[in-house]
Write a protein that binds this ligand. Sequence first.
Ligand code: ARG
Length: 569
Amino acid sequence: MTDFKKCVAEKIKTVLSRLSDDSGLSADELSDMLEYPPDSSMGDLALPCFKLSRILKKAPPVIAEELKSNISGEEFESVTTAGGYLNFKASYSFLTSALFDICEGGDRFGRSDEGKGKTVVLDYSSPNVCKPFHIGHLGTTVIGHSLKKIHEFSGYKCIGINHLGDWGTQFGKQIVAFRKWGDRETVEKIGIDELVRLYVKFHEEAEKDPTLDDEARAEFHKLEEGDPDNLALWQWFLEVSIAEYKKTYRQLDIEFDHYTGESFYIRNGLGEKQVEAIREKGLLRLDEGASIVDLSEYDMPPCIVLKKDGSTIYHTRDIAAAVYRKETYDFSKAIYVTSSQQSLHFAQLFKVIELMGYPWYNELVHVPYGTVSIDGAKLATRTGNVVLLKDLFRMSVDKVKDIIREKNPDLENVEETAEAVGVGAIVFYYLCNNRIKDINFTLDAALSFDGNTGPYAQYTYARTCSVLEKEKPVPGKGSLTVDGEADVIKTLLKFPEKVKQALDDYEPSVVTRYIIELCTEFNRFYHNCQILKAEDEDVKNFRLSITEATNKVLENALHLICMKTPRKI
Ligand code: ARG
């Protein structure tokens, strides 16, 4: 048994059914009532008895006293009352066997099967092709992937989809620019940056010569009609772009199940099919030539599904994608991770799906996040001074290399380690914040080995590895002897609950902050308690078991937030 909450809740339930015929409360409901006392000296869990006073028709302090005198067991070091609160402290013997249970479970601790048999589709990262990642993409990419990991950890089958922005008039411009000023070799050599250069040049030239815009429109039209040359070029632009994105994904250990972008729905006629379905439902209105779904009744601007010229747009493709995904994957939840600037877009989308009569509209979830700025400067999209993600990563990795050279010059695999730590530092710093908050980025703060940072967490993990490399614990040997050990175990025991909270709130930061908590407790233990040098064999073995459990939990937790775990730093 590793769940102290559950253990307490069951005890209370048994006593309650003895004291009053039936309180009608389940162990789960009682478990939800339990709180963590603000000060751990009061206990590990508290039951605020006022929550029971209506049911039991007694004053909270009376209930607390009554429960107290009826609850005992070797799980508890103490059961005490403080006014209307009943406080429980876990015993050393409970914590000892809980720790052994964690160790025995290997890396299963914290996993659950809550999602068994259910599929979740996650749409994240989803850049507009021919454009490199900038810092604004960090959020959708790492929040999205963390949520995927957290769902998998909780037993869901997950499908990660990269809904690339790979269709639209801009490809007409890209084609014209490439034919006029570009060449294959350079694009092959330089990649996406060359595509961007050509695109920017197109805009500069079109200012002087507006006929270029007509040319671009004509080329896009040809592309839509299936012109083989244009199709081949477009396909190649796509490949060049995806190859570039994959470099970033590799740094973050991210893989997608599908790169099914907007073009897929258009080229297969799925957008138009849904427009027809909307028309059949009697939802389609004409508004200055455009086809819309009126949403004024819901206080939202109309959802445009066909532009004046009859072409589909962003919303149409999302409607088609939602229906396609439901039909293909039969999801129980479809998650979209984008910046909060798109909240209205998704609110409109979900409403249209509802109005179309699809009963699964409430299985669609938009997970928004706030904006990112670097050292105070806002990073607006589509402006010239965007900070590219790869540059930020490179800067960070270079700084880490300097630090390693200074602090640990003999380290092998410097390149690989520096990349894991440098990239991880940025991810960790970012995922420490509530996702909806706007955040300001300071590289120095992200990289500090002393603060609550990625390097600090990875360093702590490496510390556990280094201890275990010297000696491994014998399973089940020894027992808890001091509070310094108990504090780490109590923190370890919180892991499943934190995963659950992160899952329910779509909030990876819960895991990130838990990692800090665990690292802090472990490091305190490491400094205050001798592990390898402990004189008593049993004490040493027990402390090695604590180290092993911390190692496993940290490894799992770090992977949940897209962090790599080098064994040496
Ligand atoms: N490509 C879009 C952008 O860069 C994000 C797509 C998000 N996913 C979606 N299904 N709309 O803004």
